[in-house]
Design a protein around this ligand. Structure first.
Ligand code: G1P
Length: 292
């Protein structure tokens, strides 16, 4: 049973400056929760209640968010604000949150390697990248965990993108697997130029990995961008025996990108029971007014 999740959150968030100058990008709110909370909630829904944050300097607010805040709790209790009190207090019990510092930004593979002291060599774990928010109504991570349980192989999330975007991602060379939406991945290339991309199936920020990846990462030299790439370590494993790819059939937003962030905000707001109806009515009217 996989119980642990590793969340690399050391990135600088340069695409969102100046907003991310003093606030970690993972703390940017989508409606009323920071982006990282959606990721931790996704872990918990899938049964992963042990979450390791791989952080860097200036990321302390993320840990604070998942900790108790007794002065605020007392103030809310005094004012009789029970719902707010529950929301604030429950966050501290959502999962067991641990953290470790990456120290130097040496790549995603290096960030994952930081988990080697927390995850046993024979234990499997999930990696979730904070920029990718997946529709909370879809049990996609659960599907990946099931595929890992069944095959014992590393599992990556795959998604089709237009060819002009493949250079931004890890790209997979695949053949159909034994189930619908499942692939055998023979090869992975990190951010190839379009003419060297084996397909337009890219790796989205969800992975289920066996502890054996740590030994492979130890031996993986710096690759693209002179960084230790998780994609390269997975390529080493895929060269031995295909790994598993699962097509992401749920909505996914790249919240590290301004447009993706806006889309995620709109969709999450529209789905909210307390806000959705009124928000959509306003949005419709706003668009109609502009089109008139
Ligand atoms: C990372 C991975 C890349 C993957 C992407 C998904 O890249 O290295 O293989 O496709 O996440 O979002 P990054 O976006 O951190 O540069």
């Amino acid at each position: 049973m996989v119980r642990k999740a590793v969340l690399p959150v050391a990135g600088l968030g340069t695409r969102f400056l100046p907003a991310t100058k003093a606030v970690p990008k993972e703390m940017m709110p989508l409606v009323d929760r920071p982006a990282i909370q959606y990721i931790v909630e996704e872990c918990v829904r899938a049964g992963l209640d042990d979450v390791l944050l791989v952080t860097g300097s200036g990321k302390g607010e993320i840990e604070d968010h998942f900790d108790r805040r007794l002065d605020l709790e007392a103030a809310l209790a005094d004012k009789g604000k029970q719902d707010e009190l529950t929301a604030v207090r429950d966050l501290a019990h959502l999962a067991q949150i641990h953290s470790i510092r990456q120290g130097e930004p040496l790549g995603l593979g290096h960030a994952v390697l930081m988990a080697a002291g927390h995850v046993a060599a024979e234990e499997s774990f999930a990696v979730l990248l904070g920029d990718d928010i997946i529709d909370p109504h879809e049990p996609f991570l659960e599907r990946m965990l099931e595929a890992h349980d069944r095959t014992g192989r590393p599992v990556v999330a795959l998604m089709e993108v237009p060819s002009d975007q493949v250079h931004l991602y890890g790209v997979a060379d695949v053949e159909p697997g034994e189930r619908d939406g499942e692939f055998l991945v023979h090869r992975l290339v990190e951010k190839p130029p379009v003419d060297e991309a084996p397909s337009n199936l890219i790796v989205v920020g969800r992975y289920v990995l066996p502890g054996a990846i740590f030994d492979v990462l130890h031996e993986t030299p710096p690759g693209r961008g002179d960084e230790i790439q998780l994609t390269d370590a997975l390529q080493t494993m895929a060269a031995d025996e295909p790994i598993i790819g699962i097509r992401l059939d749920a909505e996914r937003y790249d919240t590290g990108d301004k447009l993706g962030f806006l889309k995620a905000t709109v969709q999450i707001a529209a789905q909210r029971e307390d806000l959705g109806k009124e928000f959509l009515e306003w949005l419709r009217a706003w668009i109609e007014e502009r089109e008139a």
